[in-house]
Design a protein around this ligand. Structure first.
Ligand SMILES: NC(=O)c1ccc[n+]([C@@H]2O[C@H](COP(=O)([O-])OP(=O)(O)OC[C@H]3O[C@@H](n4cnc5c(N)ncnc54)[C@H](O)[C@@H]3O)[C@@H](O)[C@H]2O)c1
Length: 442
């Protein structure tokens, strides 16, 4: 089948590569010429495990093409996937400018029936807006061409995006058009071999399902972070509590890790956008607002612990920081807790020596010429000359560190762990003071 994908970011590239891998012919279109230039040179602009090999293989076979030629893009695919960014606007609502620009491009250039498939995360009602934009462009051209707009939200996780796309938990198809439903079901047949994962519904419910899923996951995290803060004040250990509640199958062990707060390009903006949609519809979504408030507070917890330990004075301190990306196995630093902590450290007059297995390039782009930031090539390079260590992302290589080296190198012999990676007794046995999340009195 022939597909066009608007947007060559995390979602667009994974969708394009996986669809091509299944034998489809895919044209990926982006307005970012530099990005398309890099892709055509065989350079994948994001880090996502397995993606580079998929892209290389399918470019070589001619099934995956990157272009900035919008006419060529719209001419190519029966399916016009929209996978452009929907960042938070100033008031927290989803900024739809890129989605609507993609819709206008489709309306300006289409000459025959098209199925516009919205993969971007968008508020309820966006499909109607996309339809109106396309209708308006067709009207300007004096044309009446049939098309359908479908909501097909994406649930991939960065870091495991290829396997999530190839073996999805569910494929949501939101439309009232039987023709579009049948076509999309055919497109997704290869992803359904084990069992049928397609859930068909109306377009508004599909749009809301994506927000509901992210809001539920964010709620679980904020709930555990809230409980961690309670545990600290009551002298309980949240890690014991986590095991105690996770054993209940109605709760489960997934996604109940306390930590330094959620980040990334999705949870923060999606929780806000859903709360804003609710508010616009006259409903105060108190729980959603609290989930986001708890998270914003949580991103400061590790800094507060540093400040308390150093009695309010971090001036001149050198802090080694392990982990910059918002979670392991990605280079994505959008809304990452590391940013909040580093910025607070710089404001307090401290220096940061940061290491991340994948995100140092992203950090260099975000903080060019930043005073007080040294990006290091190795985890142990980062602790050279450092007073203390702060851990923000739970990359596997941090899980079993050389505590002897840490005790030798860290001048103040103290670790602040924003991901509860270690047993407190083990760290302390090595002569290091250990602060974690929810594991002892504050
Ligand atoms: N990143 C994730 O893990 C994830 C998961 C599920 C859903 N989503 C949603 O998918 C959407 C895309 O997210 P992302 O992380 O891939 O974004 P991204 O920022 O990585 O990529 C978006 C791309 O779209 C391009 N673009 C912007 N306007 C365009 C236009 N008019 N035509 C063509 N290209 C255009 C940009 O240049 C950019 O390359 C968002 O709505 C996001 O919420 C993201």
């Amino acid at each position: 089948m022939r597909l066009t994908i608007f947007g060559s970011g995390y979602v667009g590239l994974v969708t394009g590569a996986c669809m091509a891998e299944m034998g489809n012919h895919v044209v990926c279109y982006d307005i970012d010429e530099a990005r398309i230039g890099r892709l055509n040179d065989g350079d994948v602009p994001i880090y996502e495990p397995g993606l580079e090999a998929y892209i290389a293989r399918n470019m070589a076979s001619g099934r995956l093409v990157f272009t900035t030629d919008v006419q060529k893009a719209v001419d190519h695919g029966l399916f016009q996937f929209v996978a452009v960014g929907t960042p938070a606007d100033e008031d927290g609502s989803a900024d739809l400018q890129h989605v609507l620009a993609a819709a206008r491009s489709i309306g300006e250039h289409m000459d025959e029936y098209r199925i516009v498939v919205n993969k971007s995360t968008v508020p309820v009602g966006t499909a109607d807006k996309v339809k109106a934009e396309i209708d308006s462009e067709l009207g300007k051209r004096g044309l009446e061409i049939e098309f359908d707009v479908v909501s097909n939200p994406e649930f991939l996780k960065e870091g495991a995006a290829i396997s999530d796309f190839m073996k999805p938990d569910r494929i949501i198809i939101g439309t009232d058009s039987p023709r579009a439903t049948e076509s999309l079901k055919s497109l997704y047949v290869p992803f359904n071999r084990n069992h049928d994962r397609v859930i068909s519904m109306d377009v508004r419910s599909a749009e809301l399902t994506k927000y509901a899923a992210n809001a539920m996951l964010a709620t679980k995290i904020s709930f555990m972070n809230e409980l961690a803060n309670v545990a600290e004040r009551l002298g309980a250990d949240i890690e014991k509590v986590r095991l105690g509640i996770g054993s209940d199958p109605r709760i489960g062990y997934h996604f109940i890790y306390p930590g330094a707060g959620y980040g990334g390009s999705c949870f923060p903006k999606d929780v806000q956008a859903l709360a804003k949609s609710a508010a616009d519809a006259g409903y105060d979504a108190a729980l959603l607002n609290a989930v986001e408030d708890v998270n914003l507070r949580q991103k400061h917890r590790i800094f507060e612990k540093l400040l308390a330990h150093y009695k309010g004075n971090l001036k001149g301190k050198t802090v080694a920081l392990w982990g910059l990306s918002f979670k392991p196995r990605t280079d994505d630093m959008r809304a990452a807790p590391s940013r909040v902590i580093m910025e607070a450290l710089w404001d307090a007059g401290a220096n940061v020596r940061a290491y991340d297995p994948e995100a140092t390039d992203a950090a260099a782009r975000l903080y060019p010429d930043q005073d007080g930031l040294e990006l290091c090539d190795t985890a142990y390079g980062a602790i050279e000359g450092a007073d203390t260590l702060v851990i923000i992302t739970e990359w596997q290589e941090f899980r079993s560190p050389d505590f002897v080296a840490l005790e030798e190198k860290l001048a103040d012999k103290v670790i602040f762990d924003g991901r509860n990676l270690y047993e407190p007794a083990t760290v302390e046995r090595h002569g290091l003071k250990y602060y974690a999340i929810g594991r002892g009195r504050v």
